[in-house]
Design a protein around this ligand. Structure first.
Ligand code: LLP
Length: 423
């Protein structure tokens, strides 16, 4: 039986399997904490977008901030995806994974001159510019290299994506993009700048969005601008609608990627823009439900008010619960028939905020392995070394094969670049 929202995770008599391998075996073989991903879940997620986009000019740019491990990037590069990057570091990483620069779009509110130079040298497809001073800087940097930077303006459409305030980005109160009312005048400036080639328009209204309507509202606002720009002689090649589609963590029922994209394309066609290239920048919906974080139960600590199940993964491995009060499903890798109790699943880090799940009904014993589901997105990429904890290992399951894609970090690596003071 597959779990809702997790087509590559099956509950069998002997426990949970990821594609053709039992999670328990992965934990035993590679140790915990361990991130385990399904390669076919990633491929299927990309295919869901690509099916809807087929037959028209498009580029599906994986927002690599969600999970930037090289083998993950490689998987999407092989699936024909482009990439959305937000730093020079991400640029180097994705090039190292073998992605062509011509499929990279560069987003972010604070690109440094140096990052702009690196991206121009590499030959990225487009800079998603977020402010007027950034536009001026980009023109200057490109001109100094004798180049023109392909540019799209990130427009803030001022729509409410109805998601967590930390991951909502399309409202006026957010730091992102240029206000809709200012966009026309910024494009007019851009047209006059020597180091800029205007190529597109983009927006990104937030993350973990579970309905199509905010997208359609944002799209309408964007198309109004595309029309106004065309009337002004600025004809855009592409429209980039950002990422943000949600996944099922608990009982959310987001539209499928295919369904969402079809609705957006229908609106684009209706309004006469079907010839323009469509870019999308999904992150979470491509990798979130492809991954689990495996943790071993160290100690059980029943108490008067709370029962604590202390595991070997912590907020440094997976910060989403601590940071966003995110609810992530926790399942034992092998089900016990003993009586379940209610536990707070917590890590060893010295903070009360170090928890993975509150009030979870689980039948567990020390030594058992638990799986935190939907951990493929914003898990490993947000991991830290707090408490001098080395970061987890990562494995990629592909059918009944498994590949170690990142070795467990060693403590020696953690302070290798540090120096004692001489004298
Ligand atoms: N494009 C841009 C410009 C973005 O800022 C983001 C995400 C994406 C695309 C991809 O969005 P997605 O499809 O993954 O929703 N750490 C948070 C999520 C932060 C999202 C930031 N921007 C979390 O763990 O929920």
């Amino acid at each position: 039986m597959t779990l809702p929202g997790h087509p590559f995770l099956t509950a069998r008599d002997d426990g949970l399997w990821l594609e053709g391998l039992p999670l328990l075996e992965l934990a035993r073989r590679f140790g915990t904490p361990l991130y385990a991903y399904s390669r076919n879940a990633m491929r299927a997620a990309a295919a869901s977008y690509q099916r809807a986009l087929a037959g028209r000019p498009h580029l599906l740019c994986y927002a690599m901030k969600a999970n930037s491990s090289l083998a993950v990037l490689q998987t999407f590069a092989e699936a024909g995806c482009g990439f959305d990057i937000v730093s020079g570091g991400e640029l180097q990483r994705v090039l190292a994974a073998g992605a062509p620069a011509s499929r990279i779009v560069f987003s972010g509110v604070g690109k440094t001159h140096d990052e702009m130079r690196q991206a121009l040298d590499a030959g990225v497809r487009c800079f998603n510019v977020e402010s007027e001073p950034e536009l001026a800087a980009l023109s200057e940097v490109a001109s100094s290299l004798g180049r023109r930077a392909p540019m799209s303006l990130r427009v803030n459409p001022d729509v409410d994506a109805g998601t967590h305030p930390y991951i909502s980005t399309g409202l006026k109160a957010n730091k992102f993009g240029v206000a809709h009312e200012r966009a026309l005048s910024v494009y007019r400036q851009a047209r006059e700048l020597p180091g800029i080639e205007v190529v597109g328009i983009d927006c990104h209204i937030g993350s973990q969005i579970t309905s199509a309507s905010p997208y359609l509202d944002a799209l309408d606002r964007l198309l109004d601008l595309v029309d106004a720009l065309a009337a002004d002689g600025i004809d855009l090649r592409h429209i980039d609608l950002g990422g943000g589609l949600g996944i099922t963590y608990t009982d959310e029922e987001p539209p499928s990627a295919e369904d969402l994209v079809r609705q957006m394309l229908a609106r684009i066609d209706e309004r006469g823009h079907g010839h323009r290239e469509i870019l999308l920048e999904p992150g979470r919906s491509l990798v979130g439900n492809a991954g689990v974080l495996l943790a071993s139960v160290l100690y059980l600590k029943p108490g008067e008010e709370k029962n604590f199940c202390i595991v070997d993964a912590a907020m440094n491995d997976l910060v989403r619960p601590a940071m966003y009060q995110a609810w992530m499903r926790i399942e034992p890798c092998v089900r016990r028939t003993t009586q379940a109790r209610t536990w707070d699943v917590v890590g060893p880090v010295c903070e009360s905020g170090d928890w993975l799940g509150h009030d979870r009904k689980l039948a567990v014993e020390p030594g058992d392995v638990l799986a935190v589901l939907s951990a493929g997105a914003y898990g490993m990429t947000m991991a830290s070394n707090y408490n001098t904890r080395p970061r987890a290992a990562e494995v990629m399951v592909d059918g009944d094969a498994v590949h170690l894609i990142r070795e467990r970090e060693s403590v020696a690596q953690l302070f290798a670049g540090e120096k004692l003071i001489a004298g």
